[in-house]
Design a binder for this molecule. Structure first.
Ligand SMILES: O=C(CO)[C@@H](O)[C@@H](O)COP(=O)(O)O
Length: 242
């Protein structure tokens, strides 16, 4: 079942160690077949150098395993929630990449401080609200997806214009129309998080790009009426820093 999607998701998973985004077995990539309502995800705890396309687990949008001998990633409930609430995404990546995790640990947005950021993210990448003790005890992974979606809804952020979020004290989730694009967005996030950290240390400031420069770079890559957001879309987090 879904052999082509398994190959695509396998290749996306294997690009994570090549891009320096994962250590050991940390991280996972999934991809969805929207017509079938099924997604494919990395099995939990499997070393990347031992992973095979046939190991990937097929899961439905209730989070139930429909095919696979291994346990799906422990983050499957988060992927499930995001696929159900962000209907235009086709792939999701979770990593523990160190610079993005540093911002997650500090519960800080990754600010849109440079044009590399603006080429991919139309504003600050938000740190989702930290889960309460009750939410963690109730369903940590499921509520992780919920806090990401709730943060985007409350802050009025277009999930296609800013295809990533930080889960406080855990790490980044990134997404896109395909698994490969989700991996690309995950890597850009790690690069700009490191750049921001150094800029903030040197200037003790986290100043933002002016809106016109954010527009110029973002829409140069995505087009005036970008699939990703609308011409005048402003992430709430960016608007407040103008
Ligand atoms: O952080 C955690 C577990 O605490 C996970 O995101 C990470 O180890 C990846 O887990 P999986 O191997 O995908 O189950």
């Amino acid at each position: 079942m879904l052999e082509e999607l398994k190959q695509e998701v396998y290749e996306a998973n294997m690009s994570l160690p090549k891009l320096g985004l994962v250590t050991f077995t940390w991280g996972n990539v999934s991809g969805i077949d929207r017509e079938k309502g099924l997604f494919v995800i990395k099995p939990s705890g499997v070393d990347y150098d031992e992973l095979k396309p046939s190991d990937l687990v097929v899961v439905n949008l209730k989070g139930e395993v429909v095919e696979g001998d291994m346990n799906p990633s422990s983050d499957t409930p988060t992927h499930t929630y995001l696929y159900n609430h962000f209907p235009k995404i086709g792939g999701i990546v979770h990593t523990h990449s160190p610079w993005a995790v540093s911002f997650a640990a500090a519960k800080l947005d990754v600010p849109a401080m440079n044009t590399t950021h603006a080429d991919t993210f139309y504003g600050d990448v938000p740190a989702a609200d930290a889960l309460t003790k009750e939410e963690i005890e109730e369903d940590y992974e499921g509520n992780t997806g919920k806090t990401i979606v709730k943060t985007f809804e409350e802050r009025g952020i277009d999930y296609e214009a800013i295809p990533a979020a930080l889960v406080s004290q855990h790490g980044p989730f990134a997404w896109g129309p395909t698994p490969a694009k989700a991996v690309y967005n995950s890597k850009v996030l790690e690069v700009v998080a490191e750049e921001d950290y150094h800029a903030m240390q040197m200037t003790m400031d986290n100043s933002r790009l002016p809106q016109y420069l954010l527009d110029k770079h973002y829409y140069r890559k995505h087009g005036a009426n970008a699939y990703y957001g609308q011409n005048n879309a402003k992430s709430q987090s960016h608007a407040k820093h103008e």
